[in-house]
Design a protein around this ligand. Structure first.
Ligand SMILES: Cc1cn([C@H]2C[C@H](O)[C@@H](COP(=O)(O)OP(=O)(O)O[C@H]3O[C@H](C)C(=O)[C@H](O)[C@H]3O)O2)c(=O)[nH]c1=O
Length: 191
């Protein structure tokens, strides 16, 4: 069975996963999901849906979550590269309202496991990217929520300048999400 390396991040329960790559003169082989091997590293997961999105450079998808029906996600980049971001929306968490991001790419083979209770988004850094990801709950469009990508309170440091992106390309929906504090207020009143 392939081995997976689970690397903690600054946010509890958010993990970088490094798969085992078997390279030879033909190319490479890797497992990117193995229920037993993930359980061995403490991630007992049941995925019910696989997604695949393709985007051009400068596209930003996010910040999305589902509430109720929050989804855990295992994110992987098959082609190209993204700056992938998770935001902790678990009020019980010591890192509530904090973000963490990293580059996931075809070259580094890295994957990100984002547990339920986080918002997720990514910025496309390469000309084109193919992102595939597994989800622990089904898509429930009526439960979809979002927070604006450039919320000043979250202060996500999207690498726009480093990649020559003046303004990200967003869907109309992603243009219209509330700020973090508007979302908190709407959901809980004053926290
Ligand atoms: C998410 C999803 C979408 N769709 C349909 C609904 C729309 O007609 C179309 C595009 O959906 P949307 O614009 O919401 O796709 P993204 O902006 O890539 O949304 C995703 O982006 C961020 C990064 C995420 O982590 C979520 O998985 C998800 O919210 O696909 C489905 O049929 N099933 C699904 O699970």
């Amino acid at each position: 069975m392939s081995e997976f390396l689970k690397i903690p991040t600054e946010l509890p329960d958010l993990f970088l996963i490094e798969p085992q790559i078997f390279k030879d003169q033909r190319g490479f082989f890797m497992e990117f999901w193995n229920q037993q091997a993930f359980a061995k590293i403490g991630l007992k997961l049941q995925f019910v849906q696989d997604n695949h999105s393709r985007s051009q450079k400068g596209v930003l998808r996010g910040l999305h979550f589902q509430d109720p029906h929050p989804q855990g996600k295992l994110i992987r980049v098959v082609r190209g590269s993204i700056f992938d971001v998770a935001v902790d929306l678990r009020t019980s968490s010591p890192t509530f309202g904090r973000w963490w991001g990293t580059i996931l790419s075809e070259e580094n083979f890295r994957m990100l496991y984002i547990p339920p209770g986080f918002a997720h988004g990514f910025l496309v850094l390469s000309d084109w990217v193919d992102v595939i990801y597994k989800a622990t709950d089904y898509y429930h469009p009526k439960c979809e929520g979002g927070i604006r990508w450039d919320d000043p309170e979250l202060g996500i440091e999207w690498p726009l300048q480093e990649y020559g992106i003046t303004r990200p390309l967003l869907s109309r929906k992603d243009e219209s999400w509330p700020s973090f504090s508007e979302w908190v207020h709407k959901k809980w009143g004053k926290l």
